[in-house]
Every structure is written in structure tokens, then in C-alpha cells.
Write a protein that binds this ligand. Structure first.
Ligand code: SF4
Length: 325
């Protein structure tokens, strides 16, 4: 498996769907929308065309473009890599035929690991059931759920966690990850679980990893260190792998440091109101300059980093059928 850069939990982007629709406050400073609004002005028509109809006045308008040709970017002969699927494969405007083709490709490229991140895990439940049913029918030897597919959802604040984590736990993925990036508030995971069938309850601690980070970009919102500590401690107690990705644009410092720096120059501050004089403060810093330390420790647990998939570099298996009816 290729060495991953610090703070990057995947190697290659698999851009299958261009366009999306903002659905909550996590989407406020959507990076993908910003990139689309830059690329739509490119002179190269091939790049421009990917984005023209998905934006209105520079904002996602809910339309999606399907990148049919890019479905074949990952191939069975490539060296193992971790692919991050963009944008949302489980968006309600993505047709099942396309979703199935992506799932089939993932099955055929077992040396790779794929991460499908969605803010719509309720859609993933139905899509995965149906896709794995057809995959098994077309490839009777297929192992399901797919061992090289990570289902991921985002939960940057409490009500998103309450709603999306149970849906992710219900969806048929071999590996499940939650991204708390950008983290926008404290999260208590204690009571989060889902009933799978009579007598079978799947709790949040069945998750395979939680990835947490602060926001980047011009309008980035700060991450309170206690929010990050709270999730770290809950993961530690429950034995759930924890990955601290980054602080983002804002770095927490002590009040002493604040006083010293304020004296020298005039940086931008966010003063947390919660603990009076004891409150931490967050200092706006240039992108990429903050360490990935939480209380002096790097948290790097990633289940897919431990796996060696090179033995799966296979010849393409032939399907016994292609029918999706
Ligand atoms: S779901 Fe993701 S890609 Fe879609 S608008 Fe929100 S942040 Fe952007």
C-alpha cells in the first residue's frame, strides 16, 4: 500500500459525480463547489463541460453530471491505492445503473480500497442492498459486503450524528467510517445505535474509524479543542479507531500566547466564550502550518492502512450476466 501523506487518508480521487446540493450547515463552505466554480472558467472545454450545468451563479444548483468514462479509471492491474469517490455517489439524482457500474468496478479492483462518502446514508441502504444483490447474481464468487469498500458519512454536529450514523450502521458495508470534518459542535455518541433486526442492535462503537478535523478555506469556522477531545475520549473508551486529521485554519492556543502575540502584531482571534478566563482561544493561521497534534499526540488509526491488498491484483473476472432487472 502506498505511503499516505500526513493528514491525508486517501491517495487518489475518483470523480464520478460532478455537482451536488447543499443540505446542511456542514455544506456551507463546500470545497467541491468552490473548485467547480473555478474550473468552470477554464479555457479547456473538456474541463469546463464537467461543471457548466451544475452551477447557477457559482453555486451548486442540485443538478449532477455523471462521469461515465471515469468509471474505468481504476483498473485491476494498478498498484494498490486508496481512492476517494467524489462527490456523492448516493445522491438521489444518480441513477442506479451508474451506481451499480461503480460497485462492479470496485469489486473488479480488489487491490484498491475505495471510500464512498455520503451525506445521504439513507439512500446508501437501498442502493447497496440492490447493487450487492445484482453483483452476486452476475459474479457468483463475489464476496459481499465488498471488503474493499468503506462506507463513510459525515457528522460534524450532534443532530447530524444522531441521524446519519444509525443509517450508515444499517447500510451493507464491510467497513464504516464517520468523518467529523468540519466539526462544528460537541458530539455525544453514547446513545447512538440502530436496531438491525429483532434482538440485534448495532451500536456506534461498531464503526471502524472516526476521522475528525477542523475546516479550511477563506470562511473556515474554528474547532474547539474540547469538542475534539470529547470524541477522542469516547473512541478510546469504546475501542473505536480515531484519526485526527487537522485543526484547519484555526489553531487553539493558551491565553498567555494570545497576550504575547497580540502585543507583537494583530492576528485574527476567536475567543471561545464558554469558560470565562479559562477559555481557550483560536488563532487564525496560514493554511497547512498547524500540527496534527491533539494534546501533543498524533492520532493516525486508519483500518485500511493496515491492509496489504497486493495479492488481489487479479485478471478481470468475467460476469455470468449483466442484467439489472
Ligand atoms: S454534500 Fe458534500 S459535495 Fe454536496 S454540497 Fe454538501 S459538502 Fe458539498
Amino acid at each position: 500500500m502506498k505511503e499516505q501523506k500526513p493528514g491525508k487518508y486517501w491517495d487518489r480521487a475518483w470523480s464520478l459525480v460532478e455537482g451536488c446540493m447543499k443540505i446542511d450547515k456542514e455544506c456551507e463552505n463546500c470545497w467541491s463547489e468552490e473548485q467547480a466554480s473555478i474550473r468552470v472558467r477554464q479555457l479547456n472545454p473538456k474541463i469546463r463541460e464537467r461543471y457548466v450545468n451544475v452551477l447557477t451563479r457559482g453555486k451548486f444548483n442540485g443538478s449532477v453530471n455523471l462521469m461515465w468514462n471515469d468509471l474505468y479509471k481504476p483498473t485491476p492491474g494498478q498498484s494498490p491505492a486508496v481512492w476517494s469517490i467524489w462527490n456523492d455517489l448516493f445522491h438521489h439524482r444518480v441513477p442506479f445503473e451508474f451506481q451499480y457500474k461503480a460497485i462492479e468496478r470496485i469489486h473488479l479492483c480488489q487491490q484498491h480500497t475505495f471510500i464512498a462518502c455520503t451525506k445521504r446514508p439513507h439512500n446508501a441502504i437501498e442502493v447497496m442492498d440492490k447493487a450487492l444483490f445484482h453483483l452476486k447474481r452476475n459474479y457468483p464468487d463475489a464476496v459481499t459486503p465488498l471488503p474493499n469498500l468503506v462506507g463513510m458519512t459525515t457528522a460534524g454536529y450532534q443532530s447530524a450524528a444522531n441521524a446519519r450514523i444509525p443509517e450508515l450502521l444499517r447500510a451493507d458495508f464491510a467497513l464504516r467510517a464517520v468523518s467529523m470534518e468540519p466539526m462544528l459542535g460537541p458530539i455525544n455518541l453514547d446513545s447512538i445505535c440502530v436496531t438491525i433486526s429483532e434482538g440485534e442492535v448495532r451500536p456506534w462503537c461498531d464503526l471502524d474509524v472516526i476521522i475528525l478535523g477542523g475546516e479550511t478555506g477563506r470562511h473556515a469556522r474554528p474547532l474547539h479543542p474540547d469538542w475534539a477531545r470529547g470524541v477522542r475520549d469516547q473512541c478510546e473508551r469504546a475501542g473505536v479507531p480515531f484519526y485526527f486529521k487537522k485543526w484547519g485554519e484555526w489553531y487553539p492556543v493558551t491565553r498567555n500566547v494570545e497576550a504575547r502575540i497580540r502585543h507583537k502584531e494583530d492576528p485574527e482571534w476567536h475567543i471561545w466564550p464558554d469558560q470565562g478566563e479559562e477559555s481557550p482561544v483560536s488563532l487564525k493561521v496560514p493554511r497547512g502550518t498547524t500540527e496534527r497534534l491533539l494534546d501533543g499526540v498524533e492520532h493516525n488509526a486508519l483500518p485500511w492502512r493496515e491492509k496489504d491488498n497486493s495479492q488481489y491484483m487479479l485478471d478481470i473476472a468475467e460476469p455470468v450476466g449483466t442484467d439489472l432487472a
